[in-house]
Design a protein around this ligand. Structure first.
Ligand code: TXA
Ligand code: MG
Length: 316
């Protein structure tokens, strides 16, 4: 199959209506979308990515009213968070209604829903008038894409169209939250920080981001978001050669080349925007090892440390 890259929303829409899979831009990372109400179309997402069927997908809607028929209940606190943060990079786990296929939820009774902010995705969702199921548009377990070129490199030949909406403005996946025993919980760290949630909730939501019982989120799977080049956390050991690349939050004169810098000013927001793109570039250099400095455990640092530790887990 030939994969086209373009900016034509009408072509993307026509393919989605025919049950095809299309890569779409969101503010977080690119997604691989299909009509969520068409089971064959949804199955095509799993095969294009090589993703296990037990791993559930997020349903994307333009706004909350469109999502309500697909859920059994949407807690008041979620309504208030949605009003404040959405459209935006926050995903809600709620009990599903009978409209949601078990294929979407991996057989679970809950469904993940999100309201992406990217204008192309908003238009697509409004024109389609039904939800799009969309995981990140990478091969299973590999680096998430933040440009159309990243998607093309991994999914070329597997999907007909990549809708190019430019580089993703956030650069990290959405934050996934749930609601248990009257408290909001974080299931996956992401673009909305725990501090932002706490400022709205009046308490810091507890994080439940590791595997427990059945599979909940692929964010919880230990190995994920991985480069092909072996990746390690921390500063590179002295004896290492020019075959070892170091990625730093901010430049430091004591660190020798080769190195890549995520933010000249040391901004975590800028570092998050650049993280996946930098890892994609680093991975193409054909070096033996990549060392990445860990981030302060605050703000977006928590989400970036989470992704990097799962990438590094593959090489331990
Ligand atoms: O920013 C994002 O969320 C991007 C863009 C494309 O929207 N999407 C994304 O999808 O990151 P994906 O499939 O790569 O990650 C979604 C995560 C998975 O780890 C999945 O297991 C989890 O959401 N998830 C989906 N449904 C769930 C459910 N019912 N309960 C718990 N976790 C769920
Ligand atoms: Mg993913």
């Amino acid at each position: 199959m030939k994969t086209e890259v373009g900016t034509d929303i009408c072509s993307a829409l026509a393919l989605l209506q025919k049950g095809q899979q299309v890569a779409i831009p969101t503010e977080t990372v690119y997604g691989l979308a299909a009509d969520a109400n068409n089971e064959d179309a949804v199955l095509g997402i799993f095969s294009a990515k090589g993703r296990p069927h037990a791993n559930p997908l997020i349903l994307h809607f333009a706004q909350l009213e469109q999502a309500l028929p697909y859920v059994q209940a949407f807690p008041e606190v979620f309504k208030s968070l949605a009003k404040h943060f959405c459209p935006g990079p926050l995903t809600f786990i709620v009990p599903k209604s009978s409209l949601v296929s078990a294929l979407i939820t991996g057989g679970q009774t809950t469904v993940a829903i999100r309201f992406p902010k990217h204008p192309m995705m908003q238009q697509l969702l409004n024109d389609l008038g039904r939800p799009l199921a969309a995981p990140s548009a990478n091969l299973y377990g590999q680096l998430s894409p933040t440009t159309a070129a990243h998607v093309f490199a991994q999914l070329q030949g597997r999907i007909p169209y990549i809708l190019d909406g430019g580089a993703c403005t956030e650069g990290l996946e959405s934050t996934i939250i749930g609601f248990e025993n009257d408290r909001v919980l974080i299931y996956r760290y992401g673009s909305i920080t725990p501090e932002q949630l706490a400022a709205h909730l009046g308490y810091t939501p507890e994080a439940k981001v590791h595997e427990h019982g059945g599979v909940l989120t692929s964010g919880m799977v230990k190995h994920h978001y991985a480069t092909q080049t072996p990746l390690y956390l921390g500063l590179k050991p002295q004896e290492n050669t020019s075959q070892t690349l170091q990625i730093l939050l901010q430049d430091h004169p004591n660190v020798a080349e080769p190195k890549m810098i995520l933010s000249d000013s040391g901004s975590l927001v800028e570092a998050a925007q650049n993280l996946y793109a930098t890892l994609h570039l680093a991975d193409q250099k054909g070096l033996q090892r990549i060392f990445v400095e860990t981030f302060p455990d605050e703000g977006l640092g928590a989400a970036m440390n989470d992704r990097l530790s799962r990438a590094a887990a593959k090489f331990q």
